[in-house]
Design a protein around this ligand. Structure first.
Ligand code: F6R
Length: 630
């Protein structure tokens, strides 16, 4: 890509793409700090609009650091939060009041009277008047100097869900089904997620003098690209930011990945036709016009802005064959390499014929969901497979499952089972919103380990090949508040040094950086860096698999492992063993409700895409991409 103005021509909002969420957050914090210092010096207050959720956590850590290390004072800062769940008391672990105090306010010198957060406990009948008073307080404070925003997968800002108008004001809203599903993990089950919230309106937000929207991770990429590149519409409230005179979006590479300048750069500017971009463009063209790769004509290329590619690498006939062959070579039934075969065009090397393989699974079930079929193949083909579960996943187990397990233990062993009785008592006494006791978490961990072993056995792997690392960051934390440390990295490095794998399978590399998969990947990355230079590293390949919520695009895939209908069924049966992970939400019409349904859908979808490109027609495909440190 050359001219940046040209490449950004489709973007109606200013987007800055950063190497990481940490770097982007540090810059946003620096901007706030400059403003606060300037206002402090002039004796003026600074009025900030704040958001909750995973996105601003890094920004808040930076503000706390600036306060502690660089004496940034918040005595004269006034804050207004965007939103709060309606019906939650302040003490609820998921209340935004609690979030803001734990993540930010408790660590600053901000006077409590300067903090404003919508009150989730206002009775319904009084909400309207309460909301008007909130707006009045913002006005009386002089309006918002800066509003910090995240974005939801529905395109919401604050809790302004699709349907919210540009002029909407602070009010009570009903949460979108997708928003509630996204919050289900925090509330351990969708049924526990409140249905309503109080939120500043789009109009309220747009009155801020400056707006900074932050977004990380690939789950936000699609909705962001639409908000930035499509016309404003109330079906995507973040698109109303278009037209604000001082709005800036700070994104990490994963969140920015669907912007045209990154996803389809040939549509907006001059492109260096690297092999990767060429493959992406040819596959895109075939998909766009619904033709197999080998049937693309010169006219097809020139009519779709790719005449310069033809000039450089054409005519179409030869280019088509080259890309077709590249795609063809990604397909292999031998994910650990095919012994005795010429491996020049195969995704994996033939030697050593029997490889040592470590599959990293952030939580139990990620392994089979992402690559259950491939796991079985690796085992069947004689490789020495270890599955390392980075965390116990105990936070994802509903209380009912734990209660059932406690009963089971008591039934089996009579009354002598003190631990199970303690757990039963604690579960009985636990309020709906209370955090789990260490004993409850321990039992929930036991459950997930049991499920993981059963699931591995269904893939043909002895349960003894499972290694449960129970990384400390997870056991000592809560969702959104996890922080990885040296002990996590040391545990993964020790396992790698012990096994000295030829192949590693991992996931989470472009997920939301606060999520368990992303933190797990970061731990692995740092553990690999610790082992840099050790002999086994030179002969070790890292393959990335994806979660059931998203698959690789065909042009990104470097290894495609196809399955027969029977193998797909076996994979689904292996997933069934993760019983505690069944969906807690009521069945929604036509939705892919259960994670095994999503996995099946994606595996079939990739096979369908390969077929449409003119490759062989398979029942299902699991896809991988190589991770290269550079
Ligand atoms: C939070 C808020 C929401 C979040 C959005 C993204 O106060 O208003 O709009 O910013 O749902 O949530 P995370 O950051 O958790 O992905």
């Amino acid at each position: 890509m050359r001219s940046s103005a040209e490449n950004e021509q489709r973007e109606r909002l200013k987007c800055v793409v950063h190497p990481s969420a940490d770097i982007a957050s540090a810059l946003a914090a620096a901007e706030l700090a400059t403003l606060i210092r300037r206002n402090n010096a002039a004796g003026r207050p600074t009025v900030l609009g704040l958001a909750t959720g995973s996105t601003p956590v890094r920004l808040y850590r930076q503000l706390i650091r600036l306060h502690r290390e660089e004496k940034l004072s918040f005595k004269n800062v006034v804050t207004f939060n965007l939103d709060e769940y309606h019906g939650l008391p302040r003490t609820h672990p998921e209340s935004y009041w609690r979030f803001m105090h734990e993540q930010l306010f408790n660590h600053l010198d901000i006077p409590p009277a300067n903090i404003h957060i919508p009150d989730g406990t206002v009775p319904r009948a009084e909400v309207f008047a309460w909301c008007r008073a909130y707006e009045e307080q913002i006005r009386a404070a002089g309006g918002l100097d800066v509003q910090i925003l995240g974005i939801g997968r529905t395109g919401h800002i604050g809790f302004n869900e699709p349907g919210s108008g540009r002029d909407s004001r602070t009010r009570l809203v009903t949460l979108d089904a997708l928003t509630r599903r996204d919050a289900a993990r925090d509330f351990v089950g969708e049924a526990n997620v409140p249905r309503h919230a109080i939120t500043m309106g789009v109009g309220t937000i747009l009155e801020a003098r400056r707006i900074l929207l932050l977004a990380w991770g690939e789950a936000k990429a699609r909705v962001l690209a639409d908000a930035v590149e499509k016309s404003p519409t109330d079906s995507l409230p973040a698109s109303f930011l278009q037209g604000h005179p001082a709005v800036e979006l700070h994104l990490d590479a994963a969140a920015a990945s669907e912007l045209t300048r990154l996803r389809h750069p040939w549509l907006v500017g001059t492109v260096d036709w690297t092999p990767a971009i060429t493959r992406r463009a040819v596959v895109w063209l075939a998909q766009q016009i619904g033709k197999p790769v080998l049937k693309l004509l010169d006219e097809d290329y020139s009519e779709h802005g790719m005449a310069d590619l033809l000039t450089e690498q054409g005519p179409a006939y030869g280019l088509n064959i080259r890309i077709f062959n590249e795609l063809q070579h990604t397909i292999t039934g031998w994910p650990g390499g095919k012994p005795g075969a010429d491996d020049q065009h195969r995704p994996e090397r033939a030697l050593p014929a029997q490889k040592r393989v470590v599959v990293f699974s952030p939580e139990p079930s990620d392994d089979v969901l992402g690559m259950g079929g491939t796991l079985r193949r690796l085992v069947d083909q004689g490789h020495d497979v270890t599955v390392a579960y980075l965390t116990s996943g105990n936070l994802g187990v509903p209380d009912e499952e734990a209660a059932m397990a406690a009963e089971l233990v008591i039934d089996l062993a009579g009354t002598g089972t003190e631990f199970a009785q303690t757990v039963r008592r604690q579960l009985g006494a636990k309020a709906a919103y209370e955090s789990d006791t260490p004993e409850i978490r321990q039992l929930k961990g036991v459950l997930r380990r049991g499920e993981a072993r059963a699931s591995l056995q269904a893939c043909g792997l002895a349960a003894a090949r499972a290694r449960f690392l129970d990384l400390p960051f997870y056991e000592q934390g809560r969702y959104r508040q996890f922080r990885i440390g040296e002990a996590d990295i040391a545990a993964v490095a020790a396992l790698l040094r012990e096994v000295q794998p030829h192949q590693i399978f991992a996931t989470g590399h472009s997920a939301d950086p606060s999520s368990v998969p992303a933190l797990g990947f970061e731990v692995l990355r740092r553990a690999l860096a610790l082992a840099a230079g050790e002999a086994w590293r030179a002969d070790c390949r890292v393959w990335l698999y994806r979660g059931p919520d998203r698959e690789w695009e065909p042009a990104e895939i470097e290894m495609a492992v196809p399955f027969s209908p029977r193998e797909l069924t076996q994979k689904i049966q292996a997933i069934y063993h993760h019983k505690s992970q069944r969906s807690q939400s009521p069945v929604v019409a036509a939705g892919l409700h259960e994670s095994w349904q999503q996995a099946e859908h994606h595996n079939r979808a990739i096979a369908g895409r390969y077929d449409a490109l003119g490759l062989a027609e398979y029942e299902a495909i699991e896809a991988f991409r190589r991770w290269r440190e550079s």
